[in-house]
Design a protein around this ligand. Structure first.
Ligand code: CO
Length: 137
């Protein structure tokens, strides 16, 4: 069902400090930077092999990531799996009894289609599925 891990999402309070760590100390290439209004974040993608680290700075305290950071501080936020057909995968996952946050895909970073699954039905792991717009790496 899942093709590969597309990215790991990391919530950050200080985006510049996080970029300094991942790009500077960890020598990952900064691949993309975008404000994703639909998710209430400024997001940065860094390359690591075929996957990415996605740094997420909340645009405000009322956003999902803003609430996360207020409650738990910076840290691991979600894991995202790449799928070929997000609508079909969502239907299949829903039929399997997994609770969806997004019953319909929304537009995420780099015009990908994304949907989140509820952590209370995924063992506490906020899980995203993503269908990239094209094979962008
Ligand atoms: Co993500």
């Amino acid at each position: 069902m899942f093709g590969r891990i597309d990215h790991v999402g990391v919530a950050v309070e200080d985006l510049d400090a996080a970029i300094a760590l991942y790009e500077g100390s960890f020598e990952m290439e900064l691949a993309h930077r975008e404000t994703v209004e639909s998710q209430g974040v400024e997001a940065v993608l860094l390359d690591v092999g075929d996957a990415h680290v996605e740094l997420l700075r909340p645009l405000g305290p009322e956003t999902a990531v803003g609430k996360f950071v207020a409650k738990r501080g910076s840290g691991l936020h979600h894991v995202a799996y790449a799928v070929a057909d997000i609508e079909a995968t969502l239907a299949q996952i829903s039929d399997a009894g997994v609770e969806l946050i997004d019953s319909e895909p929304r537009i995420g970073i780099r015009e990908s289609k994304v949907a989140f699954l509820h952590p209370r039905s995924t063992g506490g792991v906020l899980t995203e599925i993503v269908q990239p717009k094209a094979e962008v790496h």
